[in-house]
Design a binder for this molecule. Structure first.
Ligand code: AMP
Ligand code: ZN
Length: 115
């Protein structure tokens, strides 16, 4: 728990939010400002500020985040149609919450390259 971190406060229950899904390692939140018909944030319970802070011990955790994204995409019917997963890292990528979270976006055509 990092005191000034929005997602840590949600995970600790200091800020009450309904999770779309949760298990012992991660929670899933509907993005408050959705950029697609489905926009979920898959968030590890443990505070890690950016992808730059990952260690080899986190390999399993990161795998779990991606597997959760694939499961959720399938549950929402987007596994064949397609979806996008994104980690924004630091300023130029537009990271605004410094507790890693995997964006899952689906339900519309996605441009490439991303903006
Ligand atoms: P990023 O810009 O990659 O750090 O993503 C942070 C995301 O968190 C943005 O897409 C925000 O819309 C989202 N967000 C910020 N505050 C909340 C909140 N209270 N509940 C749900 N999503 C939030
Ligand atoms: Zn945190």
């Amino acid at each position: 728990m990092t005191a000034d971190c929005l997602f840590c406060k949600m995970i600790a229950g200091e800020i009450q939010v309904p999770f779309a899904h949760q298990d012992e390692q991660l929670v899933v939140l509907k993005d408050i400002n959705p950029q697609a018909p489905l926009h979920l944030l898959i968030i590890p319970r443990r505070h890690i500020a950016t992808l730059n802070d990952l260690t080899p011990e986190d390999d399993g955790l990161v795998g779990s985040l991606f597997r959760a994204a694939a499961t959720l995409a399938k549950q929402h019917g987007y596994d064949e149609r397609g979806y996008r997963t994104v980690f924004n890292v630091n300023r130029e990528a537009g990271q605004s919450v410094f507790h890693i979270h995997l964006h899952l976006l689906a339900g519309r055509g996605m441009g490439w390259p991303p903006g």
